[in-house]
Design a protein around this ligand. Structure first.
Ligand code: ARG
Length: 402
């Protein structure tokens, strides 16, 4: 594969990605490392991170605000797809990876780099997401993943960094590994590695515990246009503000925590805690509006494709052909997903209490009602049931004779 001269490194400011800088240069002969740190709404101060990259030996340290594209191009499609990996995890971490990869590739082209690099280990999902995305977007670029090959323990990594002038983390480092962005937080490792250990309350930052949630419930009305959330309680909000507000509302009522054992792409079962209050709230409301506005067969097919969509995104295939094709289906279905859903937030629960769509509801009173306005032809049901049940009656008759 030959040596890389100039690499653009996905940078977080943590120990691993910082050590990647001298490691790439000293061990792998990379002449120049340019770092890129993405602002995804995680709330970190980015100036110290920018400087730390330079102090660790980067020739250039770039910080970029990706919040808006993150929400518009990644989170909102995930809401339309009701994307829940293994039925539960709304992909808050996974959705950020193809965006970061896309930006790394753009920067590599701008600065004339011949490689991109990341600090992912060989056990996780993120390496898969980065590598596949970069391979799809820029096959000419090498992908360097030093942490996949260096075989250093945490202590050895810190020691290697110190020998290169990278200060060890000052505060006693948290035992947890946390990934965060505007969609939520993913927390793993440390005591959580025992799947039978209850997560301690202090790991949470976006949601309160049920005990601390208000006694008084709050109903929020979420408005949708073409499957995209556009308003909260009648107030129109841009996508980023809407996610922020949804996080606050749901988090305040203790909704949005998950504790799950999930199946990683590389075959490992792992235990992860998530808090993704806004995203889970919006997906729940969106599902509900679809129940009102999508035809039964479309809805059923979509529910199956949604699972596949979530698998594809989790498994790093954002830029692949099946994801693209399913997106076409979803796009077509969302034309009629207009209306609003009311959800009651209370003590860790988000309960749908109402839904309406003046333009697209397929709920027809005259069909549904048991009152005098009923227009359903009850007698037609008899012939329908004769035909519908015919195969079952024939089969059962055959097996009854025994
Ligand atoms: N398991 C999740 C995923 O693959 C999140 C991983 C986030 N990393 C962390 N350090 N908690 O999308």
């Amino acid at each position: 594969m030959g040596r890389a001269k100039k690499a653009v490194l996905a940078y977080s400011g943590g120990v691993d990605t910082s050590v990647c800088i001298p490691y790439l240069m000293k061990e792998w002969g990379v002449e120049e490392v340019i770092t890129f740190a993405a602002d995804l709404g995680q709330g970190d101060e980015l100036e110290p991170i920018r400087r730390k990259a330079l102090d660790s030996g980067a020739s250039q340290s770039i910080v970029g605000d990706l919040i808006e594209p993150f929400i518009r191009e990644f989170a909102f499609p995930a809401i339309r797809a009701n994307a829940l990996y293994e039925g539960r995890y709304p992909l808050s971490t996974a959705l950020a990876r193809p965006l970061i990869a896309r930006r790394l590739v753009e920067i590599a082209r701008e600065v004339g780099a011949d490689a991109v690099a990341h600090g992912c280990t060989g056990k996780g999902n993120d390496q898969v997401r980065f590598d596949v995305a970069i391979g799809a977007l820029a096959p000419e670029l090498k992908v360097l993943a030093p942490a996949r090959e260096w075989g250093m323990s945490r202590e050895q990594t810190i020691a290697y960094g110190e020998a290169c002038g990278i200060p060890a983390p000052v505060s006693k480092t948290s035992p947890f590994s946390i990934d965060l962005n505007l969609l939520g937080r993913s927390i793993e490792a440390g005591p959580l590695e025992d799947p039978d250990v209850e997560p301690p309350e202090e790991i949470y930052a976006l949601t309160v515990g049920v005990d601390a949630a208000p006694d008084v419930p709050q109903v929020v009305e979420i408005g949708f246009e073409q499957g995209y959330p556009v308003s909260l309680d009648g107030q129109r909000l841009d996508p980023v503000s809407l996610i922020r507000r949804a996080n606050e509302l749901a988090g305040r009522h203790g909704f949005g925590r998950l504790d799950m054992i999930e199946n990683r792409v590389v075959g490992i079962k792992s235990r992860e805690i998530y808090e993704t209050p806004g995203l889970l709230l919006l997906i729940r409301a969106h599902q509900e509006l679809e129940s009102l506005t999508l035809a039964a067969d479309v809805l059923r097919s979509k529910r199956q494709l949604e699972q596949q969509w979530a698998d594809l995104v989790y498994q790093g295939l954002w830029f692949g052909p099946l994801k693209d094709a399913i997106d076409g289906f979803i796009e077509r279905t969302q034309v009629s997903v207009n209306g609003s859903v009311r959800v009651r937030l209370h003590k860790g629960n988000a309960t749908v209490v109402g839904r309406r769509s003046s333009s697209d509801s397929l709920y027809v009173d005259a069909m549904a009602t048991y009152d005098s306005g009923d227009q359903f032809d009850h007698r037609a049901a008899e012939g329908f049931i004769y035909v519908w049940g015919l195969p079952t009656r024939l089969w059962a008759a055959r097996h009854r004779q025994g």
